[in-house]
Structures are given as C-alpha cells and as structure tokens.
Ligand binder design. Sequence first.
Ligand code: BTN
Length: 247
Amino acid sequence: MAAELIIVERTASTNTAARQLFDTLDDGSCFCALEQYSGRGRLGRKWVTPPGTALCFSAVFKDVTQAFHAGAIIALAALDMLKTSLPGLQVFFKWPNDLYVGKNKLAGILSEGVISGGKLAGVVSGIGINLNQNRDDLSKLDNPATSLFVESGCRFETVPMCQKLFDRIQMLNEVYHRAPEQIIAKWQKANALIGHTLEVIRPDGARLTGIFSGIAPDGAMLLSVNGATVRFDCGDVKIDPASLPHA
Ligand code: BTN
C-alpha cells in the first residue's frame, strides 16, 4: 500500500473523516474536502470556512513517537507550500499550532491522537488554511485573521494546493522516518517567536509576560519570566496575537 490523497466535494470535518478511515489508510495518506461544513478547531472551538474559500486538509501519521511531531510535519510542509505559492509572503509559525502573517492568523492545525488497544496508534493532523476569504468573511471570526487573497489580491485553487501540500508531507514524513531529529530541529528553527517578549493568556484569562526562551523536547513552550523558566503545554496557554513582534 502507498500513501494516497483523497479529495471529496464535501464533508463535515476532514479530521473526522480521516479518523474514520484510519485503519484502511497507509501512513502519510491525506484527506481533503472542497467544502467542510462542521470543521473543528482546538479546545472545542468551531472552524468556520465558507465553501471554496479554504484548504481543509488532514494527514494520517502512523509512525510518530510523540503527537506534536505530526503537527510539526504538517506545519513545515504548509510553510514551504505557502512560501513557494506566494513568494514574499511573510508567513511564520506561531507556537503551538498556527501560521500567522503579521498579527493575523492564516492557518490553524488540530492534531488528534488515535488510540487503539490502549496505546497511540497514530495521529490525524488537520490544517485549515485561509485561501480566498475576503475581509468581510474574516471579520466574522473571533480572532484577527487573514487569507492568501487578502495578502495578495489573487484567488487560489484548492486542488493544486492540496497536491502540493500532499507532496511536501510525503517528503518530510520520509525524512522523519530516517532522522526524526532533523524534523524537530527544523520545526524548532521555524518557531520564529523564540527570543521575543510575548504575553501569554491562561484558559482562566490570567496573563503573563516573558521571553519565549525555547521549546522543551516534548514540544512545551519555555517562557522566561523574571529570570525563572516557566513551562507551558499547548492546552495551558495561548500567545496573545496583540503581543506579536511583527508589524
Ligand atoms: C485551530 O486553529 O483551532 C485549529 C483549526 C484546524 C482546522 C482544520 S480544517 C481541516 C481539519 N478538519 C477539522 O475539522 N479541523 C481541521
């Protein structure tokens, strides 16, 4: 069997569809929908994308040793695909699972472990990339967001972008199998906010300012606050986009 790219007209959530097909799909297989009508975001949020405006794409990883490695592979693949599709786009990775342009979100990643027989059988990692939404569509979202259309004035077709993303995922997944440390090092390097002073928000709304000093081996954020290092797992905290250093 080989990794396959499945593209359908419409589904509720590509993550849900990929999870349902998990046992029948080979490692690296991907599921994409032109319309996703019940998309899911992190922390139980909804991911809303009008038909034809966004890339809704999920990849199946069966050989990752830690769940965040799946998110790292898809994030690196998407960064590369976006930078080649729109040269000059100042897109960067925002820990733990977003791609941003300036202070606006361009894409989000939702990684979900698949448990079988009480152990991690794999991870489905889904990415939603804003392609053709206009400012009016984006203004309806909770957080400041952007799209490739807003950044460039050009419309982007979903299917060729799916194919490009799929190809990059295959390449990076192969590197991961041979030398996982290379992918983790690349992902650490893509964490463009390391070294910057940021404000983080806890789920209870409490705020903390510190320097993003690095990433722990398990993917947690290390924040230096008044000389002490505080660690945060991805569900524990969110970086306030208003504190991002990019104009
Ligand atoms: C977030 O920023 O909260 C993560 C959003 C993830 C959205 C993508 S779209 C493709 C895949 N299918 C889903 O239902 N969610 C992810």
